[in-house]
Design a protein around this ligand. Structure first.
Ligand code: PEP
Ligand code: MG
Length: 926
């Protein structure tokens, strides 16, 4: 049997095998092999780690390999492990296939003992540095490898500082540090019962085992759970043993970190910091202020040249921006580590475009290397990166972006104060369609109830406004215009800040940074469009939304929810009148008034989207959503009745006063006469009675329309069947708007879409209305308007009957919000802030299915519908317009099942374009 090999020198390890050598180890090997100056060393593989963890013992042969490599290292460097003249010191670092910064352990200066310390003093001529290194090593080794409580060392440090009258660590001289090292050695003995290991090989063995064990340490396990690092992505940690080099050997030595390009904005310059005559730790600990690498050109021109060369070689080899660590020891540059640079969105976009144009990588890679979701940073305002406020509460991250403003508790006040130029945040338990005018004027929305697909969340996303929903810690008392969060009471007018990207709510104003849609982003997205097979459309309800969506690059509108137009303040009363109408004639009369309003809305949208398709969905929500609630009406009726009684009392006031105080009566006689006259007018006009009667009629209607499960009730196409005149009016408005636009020479592609369809017969009936209206518009306007007719697929039955549906429909659009609700039988209004978080936490469900498409269940239903639909109608266009249409991994899925387009809220269009490009490029580009 061939013995297993666990140890690989940097010269022999396979730089591509990160699973075996970890990311750091693989890169050290690769850098060595392409001729970069890496201090010599070797990597113990992750297989060694797994074998050790399994047997709780180093596997046979591993230690012999390590000893052999330590001898080779000594020979190569001309130094001796534990030598009192020229000691070889090593760093021992963890490194798994996935980067887990700071999660596992690292030990520096291993090999120091009472002997080699003398050697280090000799080598460096710096006694203070040597003792400082020794005491650091004892502490780190003590803590990491021997499990000694860190605070014992910290206490001794405090003690010695007091004794030496030193304010900071750096004020301690060599003698004090020597004393401290001695005390540290004692503490190790007290705690472990053994002397601090003096034999360097014993130190190494203990350290290697400790690093292996740190893979299963709580920090690392929690990190893997949090970032969903599976065994397939990283299994075990490698250990890198690397010769120490010192940046603190005088003015020709330095240490620093660099990026091959600026990670903050992507600029093509070397970026980073360094410190002359210092250790890496000093840079991290902030003991001295590092200099920018740009200064090195003057300060150390020779080294700066070497560094520029290193930068070029790193980028041309890795074909990616690199984040590297270096040390200069006596004029010699060493690269200690490199990895792909983590950058913000702006830098990712700029480097993608520039590096593709420089020929470093292909356009496919430029598109594939960016996580689409990070583009959000460029599309909505963000909290300033250096803001560190303590949040007051946390809700759901319902719509990204940050905003500050004064609290208002109702939409009317939001509108009033917003229009007067004030910045306001609309704070409600939950929002309803009639709050829409408040949304327009608010900077952001905060609700205490409702999930990520609640009304507030969906509308805010559509408008690109920040929203935190389901923030249950906030108890809102909108009658008294205040809210309570723990011990804090917030009043109307108080300033708060919400961060819709994280769900945090802060008291007071926090600084924000504005979004930037750069030329580079445009270029990158145009490349993504070229690669994409999926079209990207927007969900947009108003001409303003449509214009914005087009600016974001939408290739059409995939969902125009017509009810949103019904909710603006000038239209709602007419819509309410329509609902309250008792007869068909009455209703038709109101519809005749609504027709021109809807027509002009559609004209606006068609104009904004000239040349591109616009899918208009016929009315969907249950009627009662346009009416006040029963509770509100009851309250108003009670108030009005009180008013009526008060008026009755006032009628008797003059006589009563005359009786009780003739003088007073005389004094106010004029006023009382005026009051009596006013009351007479009030009575003659039946103002109170009329108002009460009207509210009572509305209340009766509201009660009649009330449903136990309105979302599964009288809505969507069911309304269109019972009230054909309502759908007919909408269809007429769409077709006439198209005719009028066409007469002006504007090319329009209207698509009429029916919501909530469950049976083919429903769809056919509505198709009948459309055909009738088409004829009517032809006669009236002399135009044969070209249109498409289609169905939403958001009811499971419709998906199963997709084959027959597709004989009537020219297109389908998956409404995955409702389809998810229907497939899971989860109410989307309730699930997200009741049991879903627990389901996610305990692993019953990996994701929130209202956010990330459930491919296994809902996705399978979709797949069946696509196959059946295309089997009877091969030209069928199929899209998605639920919230998942803007989610990158869901977009990949939509691509894989052959959808024609995805449609998402306007501000997510750029994210969807990038994701659509990546979906067709497939794996291997990111
Ligand atoms: C859907 O159900 O996915 C959809 C787009 O419709 P709504 O969210 O308006 O119900
Ligand atoms: Mg729906």
């Amino acid at each position: 049997m061939v013995a297993s090999k666990y140890v690989y020198t940097f010269e022999e390890g396979d730089g591509k095998n990160k699973m075996l050598l970890g990311g750091k180890g693989a890169n050290l090997c690769e850098m060595t092999q392409i001729g970069l100056n890496v201090p010599p060393g070797f990597t113990i593989s992750t297989e060694g780690c797994l074998a050790y963890l399994e047997a709780d013992d180093l596997p046979g042969g591993l230690w012999d390999e390590v000893k052999q490599q330590m001898s080779a290292l000594a020979a190569k460097t001309g130094k001796g492990f534990g030598s009192a003249d020229n000691p070889l010191l090593v760093s021992v670092r963890s490194g798994s296939a996935m980067s887990m910064p700071g999660m596992m352990d690292t030990i520096l200066n291993l090999g120091l003992n009472d002997q080699s310390l003398k050697g280090l003093i000799k080598q460096t001529g710096n006694e203070r540095f040597a003792w400082d290194s020794y005491r650091r090593f004892i502490q780190l080794f003590g803590k990491v490898a021997l499990g000694v409580d860190d605070s014992l060392f910290d206490n001794l440090m405090l003690e010695i500082k007091q004794e030496a009258n030193a304010k900071q660590d750096i004020d301690l001289n060599a003698d004090a540090l020597k004393k401290l090292a001695g005390r540290f050695l004692q503490v190790v003995k007290q705690q472990t019962g053994d002397d601090f290991p003096q034999d360097p090989l014993t130190q190494l063995e203990i350290a290697v085992k400790a690093v292996f064990r740190s893979w299963n340490g709580k920090r690392a396990v929690d990190y893997r759970k949090q970032f969903r690092i599976t065994k397939e992505m990283a299994h075990g940690t490698a250990v890198n043993v690397c010769t120490m080099v010192f940046g603190n050997m005088g003015n020709d030595s330095a240490t620093g970190v660099g990026f091959t390009r600026n990670p903050g904005n992507g600029e093509n310059i070397i970026y980073g910091e360094y410190l002359v005559d210092a250790q890496g730790e000093d840079v991290v600990a902030g003991i001295r202020t590092p200099h920018s690498l740009a200064d090195m050109a003057k300060e150390m021109p020779g080294i700066f040249k070497q560094l520029g060369n290193l930068r070029e070689r790193l980028e041309s080899h890795y074909k990616e921006v690199q984040d590297f660590e270096f040390t200069i020891e006596k004029g010699q540059l060493y690269c200690l580590q490199t990895r792909n640079g983590k950058m913000n969105a702006m830098a990712m976009v700029r480097t993608s475009v520039e590096m593709a144009e420089e020929g470093v990588f292909s356009r496919a890679r430029a598109v594939g290397r960016i996580e689409p979701a990070i583009l959000e940073q460029l599309l909505v305002p963000q909290l300033a990166p250096d803001f560190k406020g303590e949040p007051l509460a946390q809700g759901l991250s319902a719509s990204p972006g940050a905003a500050s403003g004064r609290i208002v508790f109702d939409a009317d006040t939001a509108e009033l104060r917003g229009k007067s130029g004030e910045k306001v945040i609309l704070v409600r338990e939950e929002t309803k369609p009639e709050d829409i005018h408040g949304f327009f004027q608010a900077q952001g929305i905060l609700t205490s109830r409702g999930g990520k697909t609640s009304h507030a969340a969906v509308v805010a996303r559509g408008m690109g406004k920040p929203c935190v929903s389901g923030c249950e810690a906030i108890h809102i008392d909108d009658i008294n215009k205040k809210a309570k969060v723990g011990d804090t009471t917030l009043f109307e007018g108080d300033v708060i800040t919400i961060n819709g990207g994280t769900g945090h709510v802060y008291a007071g104003e926090a600084p924000t940074v504005e979004p930037e849609f750069t030329e580079d982003l445009n270029t990158l997205l145009s490349w993504a469009d070229e690669f994409a097979k999926l079209e990207v459309r927007a969900n947009a309800d108003t001409p303003g939304d449509a214009i914005r969506a087009r600016q974001f690059g939408a290739q059409g509108i995939g969902l125009c929810r017509t009810e949103r137009m019904f909710n603006s303040t000038d239209r709602l009363p007419i819509v309410q009148e329509m609902i309250l109408a008792e007869t068909l004639e009455e209703r038709q009369a109101v519809l005749d008034r609504l027709l021109p309003i809807q027509r002009s809305d559609f004209q606006g949208i068609f104009k904004a989207m000239r040349g591109l398709p616009v899918t208009v969905r016929l009315l969907d929500p249950p009627m009662h959503e346009f009416l006040p609630t029963a509770a509100q009406l009851e309250l108003e009726i009670t108030h009005l009745r009180h008013l009526r009684d008060t008026i009755k009392g006032l009628e008797e006031l003059p006589e009563t006063l005359k009786l009780l105080s003739p003088n007073l009566h005389l004094k106010y006689a004029d006023g009382l006469t005026g009051l009596t006259r006013a009351l007479d007018v009030f009575k003659e006009n039946h103002l109170d009675e009329d108002a009460i009667q009207q509210k009572e009629t509305t209340l009766r209607k509201v009660r009649a329309l009330a449903e136990v499960n309105p979302m599964l009730g009288h809505r969507g196409v069911r309304l269109g069947i019972t009230y054909p005149e309502v759908y007919s009016m909408q269809i007429q408005a769409i077709l006439e708007a198209a005719a009028l636009c066409a007469q002006e020479g504007i090319v329009v592609h209207p698509e009429i879409m029916v919501p909530q369809v469950a049976t083919v017969e429903e769809l056919s009936r509505i198709h009948g209305y459309v055909e009738r209206m088409h004829q009517l518009v032809k006669l009236k306007h002399g135009m044969d308007v070209q249109y498409k007719f289609g169905s939403m697929l958001e009811v499971v039955r419709a998906c199963m009957r997709a084959g027959r549906m597709a004989e009537t429909a020219q297109f389908f659009s998956f409404g995955t919000n409702d389809l998810t609700q229907a497939t899971f039988s989860f109410s989307r209004e309730d699930a997200e802030n009741k049991f879903l978080p627990d389901y996610n936490k305990s692993g019953i469900l990996e994701d929130n299915p209202f956010e990330v498409l459930d491919e296994k269940g809902v996705g399978d239903v979709m797949k069946i519908a696509v196959e059946r639909g295309r089997s009877t109608n091969p030209d069928l266009k199929i899209g998605i317009c639920g919230e998942h249409g803007g989610h990158p991994s869901s977009i990949t899925f939509c691509h894989s099942i052959g959808l024609t387009y995805v449609s998402c809220s306007g501000p997510r269009v750029p994210i969807a374009r990038l994701a659509a490009g990546q979906a067709n490029l497939g794996k291997g580009t990111s």
